[in-house]
Design a protein around this ligand. Sequence first.
Ligand SMILES: Nc1ncnc2c1ncn2[C@@H]1O[C@H](COP(=O)(O)OP(=O)(O)O)[C@@H](O)[C@H]1O
Ligand SMILES: [Mg+2]
Length: 341
Amino acid sequence: MAGKTFRERWEIIRPIAEGGQAYIYQVKDLKTQDDRTYVLKRLKKEKRKERFEREIEAIKSIDSPYVEKIIDFNTIEGDDFYYVMPYCADKTLENILKDLQGDFIRNFRIFEKICEGIKSAHTNKIPIIHRDLKPSNILISENEVPKIIDFGLCFLEDKERITFSQEQVGSRFYIAPECEEGRSDEVGPPTDIYSLGKILYAMISGGKIFPRERQNEDEYNLKNIMPDIRIKYFTQLINECVKEKPKERVQAIDSLLSIIKENIRLLQTNFFLPDYGNEFCRFCGKGKLIKFGTLKGSIFEPASRPGLTEDIVGYQMILWGCSECGVAFLFKDNIYKKFKD
Ligand SMILES: Nc1ncnc2c1ncn2[C@@H]1O[C@H](COP(=O)(O)OP(=O)(O)O)[C@@H](O)[C@H]1O
Ligand SMILES: [Mg+2]
């Protein structure tokens, strides 16, 4: 195949991958002769043309720095069907999972951008649900900027619904139950939110995958894998994303994003709740931190107050102090609608 050209413009340098639907090649542009390289995705079977056109239509309509762009394509009969995008990176998220393990802020920073990319799809003029989000469909470019690819199974709100049973799918670990079971009328934004929850789990755990809804069992519980008080910022969020029923999950990508942003802020300021009884005082270094109490109901506020959003419904104040030097801290913690207990 090396040396073959498409439309006298794209010359194949090497094959990159071969999936069920398409061949992927690294190509160069004979028109500009620049040093940059590109990726050409060529459809294998003509009967898949309609889906391929849909994939192209979807990617072209999304404008996001976190979704790789299409710069050329052909869907005219009698020639190869293909599309071309810039060559983005050698790495996918899958390749860096091991390295990401336990890196709290770094994980959230990458994850936030993936969610921003999905937000662009969900809030597109014609909303697009990716349906096949998984680490191998997320490229990791320079400075760890993620780029979502492979909208081959995507669902466009204005088109008839194609069920997953009609499709060839790869790894099912990340696919939402309604897709796996062909309940295509239930597909919506929470479908991608389910996959995002599983992706976040894979990121923080260093590539571990849990079978459907078993993330809280001993073997898969992140609290056991990573005994760190801050893990709660991940476990609560993951639990709210991977519910079996779409209606019980976080419903909108914006809600997910606001929680992620808040978690990043808390992790950055280091003002996470301390591991009472186990952590040494940050001032004297000798005493252990003791929780004195939580003030909840008294300062619970209605959602109309500034700083409160639809998701953050109130505050609680937590007082803790050192058993040795007596220094005390008052910590303001947000109460989320989803996590209100
Ligand atoms: N723009 C790109 N830059 C670099 N590698 C890419 C690019 N697009 C795809 N790839 C590589 O090709 C693989 C398959 O691409 P994808 O679009 O996911 O096709 P498939 O439908 O076969 O899964 C990806 O996992 C990635 O390794
Ligand atoms: Mg893929």
